[in-house]
Design a protein around this ligand. Structure first.
Ligand SMILES: NC(=O)c1ccc[n+]([C@@H]2O[C@H](COP(=O)([O-])OP(=O)(O)OC[C@H]3O[C@@H](n4cnc5c(N)ncnc54)[C@H](O)[C@@H]3O)[C@@H](O)[C@H]2O)c1
Length: 457
């Protein structure tokens, strides 16, 4: 699948590239630059991860990535835990370390700063360009230049470039090799051009700009995508009240080219390692600069409310959630990944546990990741096992396996046949015909239609 995306011969000339951080962005970047013909060293402070990678064991589920790593390691792609080894002879050092959210909603920049410091100390001789792929608040990449200068090990300052990453987990390899655009921000023309050359074979538009603008493109893009989701979720709530079907509303809207069809699926909201954290970071940044980011705050509030509303509807149906048995279908924040960072399912688990419900979850890829957050979480490999004797099931992730669920079989194993479809993937008519009480997000059902009639009358 990945071999058809680009030809390894397309690289203008092989360059030495060091990637700091072997996570979702770093490892994909490393494997893809190797695919483009470069010599890549991928470095991480997590020795277990590096040891696994040297033995071909992937640290996370990402379609197409294992094949790329296998194709290029160890000839063009090597792994190390040592900064000196990573940086030695490199023309470019890419930072791809995490910028998670602190308790205050601000990005935690300790990893980025530590990585920049250790790169500066490790450079010896040849001076690489330092390219930041980590998503960090506007202005931070600029400040890395002073870290690099103050920590320099006898060498001159390194030229810094902001090169935000837009890949999506689940389609990361394809996104990297077939990007919609590449954004390169730097005051140094030589560095910008050199980084631009690396991406030229991909044939995507390249935007050259200053560092702050490049950082802002990333935040604004993610904030816009999150806004689309919260927008359609607000419309979904209105649809429920008036008895309209948000799926058709979204379809009708999306045929308008100005609107587009993406990110208009109503549901229990967005999650993952990027959208929630980046919207929070942008909102915080705006507030720090004296702005009042009302829209961003509403986007976050609506998102959390989606989870609360689903739980409230279930509670209303069951009378109480105390000791109710809930089958939770899906843990990953989206299909085709095992990433549970900020996953809607985790919020649902917290809410259900608070109300003393009993949860049996099921996810094709994310069980281990979820157990790191909830060590005692009961996870079944088989959805029918998770639904055994359940009072309700909740669909939290739209995995194909759940879309294809055999409703008749599901009906047989459940104690109370309620489906709370947080992703609108089940055929509600068929479910009702089989005796389920079914509700989705923004879909008309008997109660809402009855209520709407009362208001109109
Ligand atoms: N995950 C995505 O879909 C995505 C998409 C676009 C942008 N981003 C951004 O890219 C950045 C990286 O995200 P990610 O999802 O790849 O993170 P991740 O948590 O998957 O990986 C980060 C890696 O960095 C390593 N690390 C931490 N400190 C280090 C150090 N000092 N030296 C070397 N390695 C170190 C960690 O061990 C980990 O393996 C973040 O800023 C994120 O916001 C992520």
């Amino acid at each position: 699948m990945t071999s058809s995306l680009v030809s390894p011969r397309q690289a203008h000339r092989a360059r030495g590239i060091s990637i700091i951080g072997a996570g979702h962005v770093g490892l994909v970047t490393a494997a893809c630059f190797a695919e483009l013909g470069h010599r890549v060293t991928c470095m991480d402070i997590d020795a277990n991860r590096i040891n696994d990678l040297r033995h071909g064991v992937m640290p996370f589920h990402e379609p197409g990535l294992p094949e790329l790593v296998e194709r290029h390691a160890p000839e063009r792609l090597t792994f190390t835990t040592e900064y000196e080894e990573a940086v030695r002879g490199a023309d470019f050092v890419f930072l791809a370390v995490a910028t998670p959210t602190t308790a205050f909603g601000t990005p935690d920049l300790q990893y980025v700063r530590a990585a920049a410091r250790d790169v500066a100390r490790a450079v010896n001789g040849k001076r690489p360009f330092l390219v930041s792929k980590s998503t960090a608040p506007v202005g931070i990449t600029d400040t890395l230049e002073s870290v690099l200068t103050s920590e320099a090990n006898g060498h001159g300052p390194l030229q810094v470039v902001a090169n935000p990453e837009f890949l999506r987990e689940g389609t990361a390899v394809r996104d990297f090799l077939k990007p919609d655009r590449v954004v390169i921000g730097s005051p140094h023309a030589e560095a910008s051009e050199a980084v631009g050359e690396l991406y030229e074979p991909l044939g995507a538009p390249i935007i050259y700009t200053d560092i702050k603008t490049a950082e802002m493109v990333k935040y604004a893009s993610n904030a816009f995508l999150a806004t689309k989701i919260s927008f359609i979720n607000e419309i979904a709530e209105i649809c429920e009240r008036v008895g309209a079907d948000v799926r058709d509303v979204a379809r009708g809207m999306s045929l308008d080219k100005r609107i587009g069809k993406h990110f208009l699926n109503a549901g229990i909201g967005f999650g993952g390692s990027c959208l929630p954290k980046d919207v929070k970071a942008l909102s915080h940044l705006a507030a720090v600069y004296g702005s009042h980011p009302q829209l961003l705050n509403a986007v976050l509030e609506i998102n959390l409310e989606q989870r609360r509303r689903l739980i409230a509807r279930l509670r209303d149906m069951l009378g109480s959630l105390r000791q109710a048995k809930i089958g939770l279908f899906g843990l990953a924040f989206k299909p085709e990944t095992d990433d549970v960072r900020d996953a809607p399912a985790l919020d649902l688990i917290r809410m259900l546990e608070y109300e003393e419900a009993t949860i049996r979850a099921c996810d094709p890829a994310a069980a281990d990741a979820a157990r790191i957050v909830f060590p005692t979480l009961h996870v079944e490999a088989d959805p029918y096992e998770a639904a055994q004797d359940a009072d309700a099931i909740i669909i939290a992730t739209e995995w194909q396996q759940f879309k294809d669920i055999d409703l008749a079989r599901l009906r047989q194993v459940m104690r109370t046949p309620i489906i709370a479809d947080g992703r609108n993937v089940i055929n509600g008519d068929e479910a009702r015909r089989l005796g389920f009480v079914y509700f989705g997000i923004g879909l008309p059902d008997e109660t809402t239609v009855r209520n709407a009639r009362r208001v109109v009358a």
